[in-house]
Design a protein around this ligand. Structure first.
Ligand SMILES: [Zn+2]
Length: 243
């Protein structure tokens, strides 16, 4: 039933204006294209979550903030937040065969060995956030088609619906569907577009899925965390200048 506001008896509390939404609100980002492939210096801006999984792994979800580089490279991304970076204590074989975890990779880049306990590691990460410890990583784009992932998962599990497929899927089937859904592994696979005001061409932040023809937005991801040997020799002047 609709009612004229002027005729409303008493008042009505509206949804969507509560404190939680108000406090969590962020200004919209005008350009969703991730920073280009390359080497960056960052700090952990904020820890979104720290979760103990299966009583043995510690998973973090953090936002990073990019910083100026002493050589001027990519400095237009100074102060840019990159959200939902995940790292975990779960050990795996890295692409180059090294046994490590993404948490260990992050700690190596931060330059110090963490304690062994889960709570102590949480406090250790918090301390680096407070100190704004700078670290370096290489970054690249990825093109991932969510629609193709769903189709592949249903096909592999032979489940009649996506919900049932998600329940039925084995780890190997999820991995195979993810591999199928990954349509670009690097920025160079995205189309070139003319630069603004006669600048050199740049990569578009969107591509057409070669399989389902749907749109795929580029998303950035950390390729490798770097040990701070480089940070100590190159990034130090920046730390002094901007702290
Ligand atoms: Zn697709």
């Amino acid at each position: 039933m609709n009612q004229n506001l002027d005729e409303l008896q008493g008042d009505l509390e509206l949804e969507g204006l509560d404190d939680e939404l108000w406090n969590a609100w962020e200004a919209p980002v005008s350009d969703f294209t991730p920073p280009p492939k390359g080497l960056y210096t960052a700090t952990i801006l904020e820890k979104r979550s720290a979760t103990v999984r299966d009583e043995k792994y510690l998973d973090f979800e953090c936002d990073y903030m990019l910083h100026r580089e002493p050589d001027g490279r990519n400095n237009e991304y100074d102060g840019r937040k990159i959200a939902f970076m995940r790292f975990s204590s779960q050990v795996r074989d890295r692409f180059d065969g090294v046994r490590t975890s993404s948490l260990l990779d992050v700690c190596k880049a931060l330059g110090s060995q963490p304690p062994k306990g889960a709570k102590a590691v949480g406090a250790f990460i918090d301390a680096h956030i407070l100190k704004q410890t700078k670290f370096q990583f290489t970054w690249d784009w990825q093109g991932y088609c969510a629609a193709c992932y769903e189709v592949k998962l249903k096909e592999l599990t032979k489940a009649p619906s996506l919900d049932l497929a998600k329940v039925a899927a084995t780890a190997a089937q999820v991995a195979a569907a993810r591999k199928f859904a990954t349509k670009a592994k690097t920025m160079g696979q995205f189309p070139l577009v003319a630069g603004k005001n006669g600048d050199k061409p740049t990569r578009a932040g969107e591509m057409e899925c070669p399989a389902c023809k749907g749109p795929i937005k580029a998303r950035g991801q950390v390729k490798n965390y770097l040990v701070p040997v480089v940070a100590e020799t190159q990034a130090k002047p920046v730390m002094e200048a901007y702290n």
